[in-house]
Write a protein that binds this ligand. Structure first.
Ligand code: C2E
Ligand code: CA
Ligand code: CA
Length: 621
């Protein structure tokens, strides 16, 4: 029995052992199978990650729209993270506020404050952050966020919210970091592309800018035979665009510019290039066309711009000027061609709105001469080449001279006498008039103060240019010039033109008031050639009205001119202004002006502009 029992026990033990061994084996198998599965999953995840990343990189390389790429990143990451909700946040450009740039997964989860907080944290720390939140009943919920960097600088964050959490956090970190890198790459690429575009395009019109235009002209010149007229450049300038900008604001100005660009484009063929060269200047490149085609295009552009612009309830009228220059006429490179077109444009502007000029080589010489003249003018005061002549103003009723008008003279060492009609505008354009005008003012005051020792009550008229009159220092300079030589303010009359006053009436009013406070008298020069509006004349504190020579000349022959002169005299009397007739050349004119009661006269008949030496004799005999 015992032996039998032992046998049975042995059997049972063996069975048990077998069972135990079988169990261990099974467990081993299960473990191995699990391992293999995990390995497989990991491998396939890797594989999918690789494929997804590759397709994203292809999209970046192919310059797909940025949003499309960002969406591919969030959806790729979401799928690889077992359908997790993925959010990409980027700070908004100037404000820096976080903005959701792309999401994947349930819509209600995007914009979740916890996700946004994790994203912000990742950006702040510039490293991956993981948080476990226990909000779902089915298990853990975790949020992982990885920073996005562009050239080493944090530029956003990619955050994922998964339902299973825990064990996989390490893998999730790696995955998310890989995707965040893709976002960084996409952003870097997009920003580089934008920077390149911006560097070559104008923001307002979207047109190529000067740099790109020059580049294209260069290409056209090298491609074609630059010796013949094969490349033509047009420069288009809007007349008085500044008034649109000043009057309606820059935003409206920009809209108008964009509309102008459209109009110009409408005059071009495909293949012609339109660019914005500067503020209100456009450039057109005609490849394979000469001056004649250039002029044709210029005319149609001018006509197109002349059509009224209707925007936001307003109708605006613009005019343009065009300068045309073709290759082959002395121009070597793109820069030269553009300069030539610019020279022609300036010519056109001088000729008046709506004009087109074609560049010709002699235009360069003229400009060079002007520049040389300007250099010389700069030195003229120091070299004592400038002097003043004086032309008497005569009381027409008594024939007695009452004062002089100072007239600037320039004797150029090589060119001889140069008219103030030439050098004053040159000085005005460059600002040199401020120094020049100051010298004239001081010298005139000094001279007349000296003469007043022997010729009591002698008055002085000085011409003042626009830039000079509106200069903030002008009033103090006048005050000082008077004080330095003890000349009473009332003895000085400053001659201004109507256009000076009309340019900026408010500023003019301020300046004139201050001058009046010095006791200085004010005259309107060349009256009749400008606006000649009675209403504005009344508001300015003017003392003297100088009727332009054109009316004086015509007055003696009767008709319109005489009628105008008579009206001006009446006006002068009504406004209690002293009237002066300029350019009296013969007895008949003198008689007519005396007859209609003009106060003072000036002209070759009475006295020519004289050197200072001659003045004393004129006044004392
Ligand atoms: P304006 O102020 O109208 O000066 C009068 C001009 O008419 C002077 O020419 C004078 O010589 C000329 N004139 C005088 N009487 C007669 C006449 O009977 N017949 C003719 N045909 N002409 C006569 P000028 O000296 O050549 O000056 C030309 C312009 O240059 C002046 O015109 C004035 O606008 C400007 N100018 C002259 N000197 C100065 C100056 O010191 N400062 C400024 N800002 N402008 C000046
Ligand atoms: Ca004058
Ligand atoms: Ca005058």
């Amino acid at each position: 029995l015992l032996a039998g029992m032992a046998n049975a026990l042995g059997l049972a033990l063996r069975g048990l052992r077998t069972i135990a061994a079988g169990r261990t084996m099974l467990a081993e198998h299960e473990r191995e199978a699990g391992e293999r599965l995990r390995l497989l999953t990991a491998l396939s995840t890797r594989q999918r990650l690789l494929e997804t990343v590759l397709s994203i990189q292809r999209a970046i390389g192919g310059r797909k729209p940025l949003q499309e790429i960002l969406d591919a990143v969030t959806s790729g990451a979401g799928r690889l993270l077992d359908e997790a909700a993925v959010t990409l946040v980027l700070p908004d450009q100037p404000a820096g506020q976080l903005r959701t740039a792309s999401t994947f997964g349930p819509a209600e989860r995007s914009g979740d404050p916890l996700v946004l907080a994790a994203a912000a944290e990742a950006m702040e720390a510039n490293c991956v952050v993981a948080r476990t939140t226990g909000r779902t009943p089915s298990g853990y919920r975790s949020i992982v966020a990885a920073p996005v960097t562009v050239r080493g600088v944090v530029a956003g964050s990619l955050a994922a919210e998964t339902a299973d959490g825990h064990g996989h956090v390490v893998e999730q970190r790696e995955l998310l970091t890989a995707f965040a890198q893709q976002v960084g790459l996409a952003l870097t690429d997009a920003r580089t592309a934008a920077a390149i575009h911006d560097a070559h395009h104008d923001q307002v019109t979207g047109l190529p800018n000067r740099a790109l235009f020059l580049d294209r002209v260069t290409t056209a010149l090298t491609a074609g035979n630059a010796r013949v007229e094969s490349v033509t450049v047009l420069l288009i300038d809007l007349h008085r665009f500044k008034t649109v900008n000043d009057g309606l604001g820059h935003r409206a100005g920009d809209t108008v510019l964009a509309a102008v660009a459209d109009r110009i484009r409408g005059c071009l063929r495909t293949g012609d290039l339109l660019a914005r060269i500067g503020g209100d200047e456009f450039g057109v490149l005609l490849d394979g066309a000469g001056n004649q085609a250039g002029v044709r295009v210029a005319r149609s552009v001018i006509d197109a711009i002349r059509e009224p612009f209707r925007m936001t309830g307003r109708t605006m009228y613009l005019t343009a000027c065009v300068g045309v220059a073709a290759s082959g006429t002395s121009s070597a490179d793109a820069g030269d061609l553009l300069t030539n077109a610019d020279v022609a444009l300036n010519r056109a502007k001088q000729a008046g709105p709506g004009r087109t000029e074609v560049f010709e080589p002699h235009m360069h010489t003229e400009i060079l001469e002007r520049l040389n003249l300007l250099d010389d003018l700069q030195l003229a005061v120091a070299r004592a080449e400038l002097r003043l002549q004086y032309q008497p103003l005569v009381d027409l009723a008594t024939g007695v001279p009452v004062g002089v008008e100072a007239l600037a003279r320039w004797r150029h060492p090589q060119r001889g006498e140069i008219s103030p009609a030439t050098f004053i505008p040159l000085a005005e354009e460059t600002g040199l008039i401020l120094d020049l005008g100051l010298w004239i003012l001081r010298e005139g005051c000094r001279q007349v103060a000296e003469w007043r020792g022997t010729i009591p009550d002698m008055r002085l008229n000085i011409n003042v240019s626009g830039r000079q009159a509106m200069d903030p220092d002008f009033v103090t300079r006048v005050a000082k010039a008077l004080a330095d030589v003890d000349l009473p303010g009332g003895m000085l009359t400053l001659e201004l033109t109507e256009s000076i006053l009309m340019h900026d009436p408010e500023l003019a009013m301020v300046q004139l008031r201050q001058l009046k406070n010095l006791g200085v008298r004010l005259a309107i020069d060349d009256f009749g050639t400008g606006y000649s509006s009675l209403s504005y004349l009344r508001q300015f504190p003017v003392d003297q009205l100088k009727i332009d020579r054109a009316f004086v000349t015509g007055a003696a022959t009767g008709g319109d001119q005489l009628a105008v002169t008579r009206t001006v005299m009446d006006l002068g009397r009504t406004l209690r202004l002293e009237t002066v007739a300029e350019g009296i050349e013969d007895d008949e004119q003198l008689a007519v002006l005396r007859g209609i009661g003009c106060d003072l006269g000036q002209g070759f008949l009475l006295a020519r502009p004289m050197e200072p030496d001659a003045i004393r004799a004129y006044f004392t005999t």
